[in-house]
Write a new protein. Structure first.
Length: 236
């Protein structure tokens, strides 16, 4: 994978490398399948632009947006705004990309309407959101998304659903959640001994192997990636 190693290194943390790797793996596949070279790509909730190498491979123009009250103070946004009011013109971008943002929006349907408005006809929408995951970035953590919920959200706001794919199965979800919990205890005097980091790294390797062996356990996924195509404009 062209972007795999640099991405994992850039986003390295002993407790999350597997999540980062599997997420990137799906985004690379999705961009290759659905996004045309030379596209204008708009990234809602871009944070530090961790996927910039991938997006720039397909885009003639890459625009990142962040919320004024973002938790990511080191963000690399080009513009500040909200998912409900981006400030972009009607039908001005080819692809809208938003990774792990939807769960933090009080009114996700309004955000999808805004994404539809700024997309050109037949424009591509790429989203990811958690299904089985712990509370994060509270108090702005509102929803979790099952496959059917994702499908309804896209269809009811003017999108043809191209695919909705689980990011992993039971073993990755189970072990990664366990390891996030165990990682909380890596503090104080324990931090001077690499016992917990070593354990977490080992378990993620095991989870990766088990995920390959048992791919049909994806109803237990920690998150989904959804891809839609704009059918017609939807205005609020």
């Amino acid at each position: 994978m062209k972007f795999g190693l640099s991405f994992v290194i850039k986003n390295w943390h002993y407790s999350t490398w597997l999540v980062h790797y599997l997420t990137l793996q799906q985004f690379v596949r999705v961009f290759k399948t659905y996004v045309k070279k030379g596209s204008v790509v708009f990234d809602i909730g871009c944070s530090t632009k961790p996927y910039s190498a991938l997006i720039k491979e397909y885009s003639s123009k890459y625009i990142g947006l962040e919320h004024l009250s973002t938790f990511h103070l080191d963000h690399k946004a080009d513009i500040m705004g909200t998912a409900y009011s981006t400030g972009l013109k009607n039908e001005s971008v080819d692809t809208v990309f938003s990774a792990a943002v939807l769960e933090h929006l009080e009114e996700p349907s309004l955000a999808i309407k805004e994404m539809n408005r700024i997309l050109k006809p037949e424009g591509i929408l790429i989203l990811s959101a958690p299904f089985i995951w712990h509370v994060h970035e509270a108090p702005r953590d509102f929803y979790r998304y099952a496959k059917d919920g994702f499908e309804h959200l896209l269809k009811s706001n003017g999108f043809e659903v191209l695919e909705i794919k689980a990011l992993a199965g039971f073993w990755v979800t189970f072990f990664v959640l366990l390891l996030y919990y165990v990682g909380r205890f890596n503090r104080g005097i324990i931090k001077f001994f690499p016992i917990i980091p070593a354990f977490i790294l080992l378990i993620q390797i095991i989870a990766f192997v088990l995920n390959k062996i048992d791919p049909k356990s994806d109803i237990w996924t920690w998150a989904y990636v959804a891809v839609g195509r704009k059918k017609h404009p939807v205005h609020g």
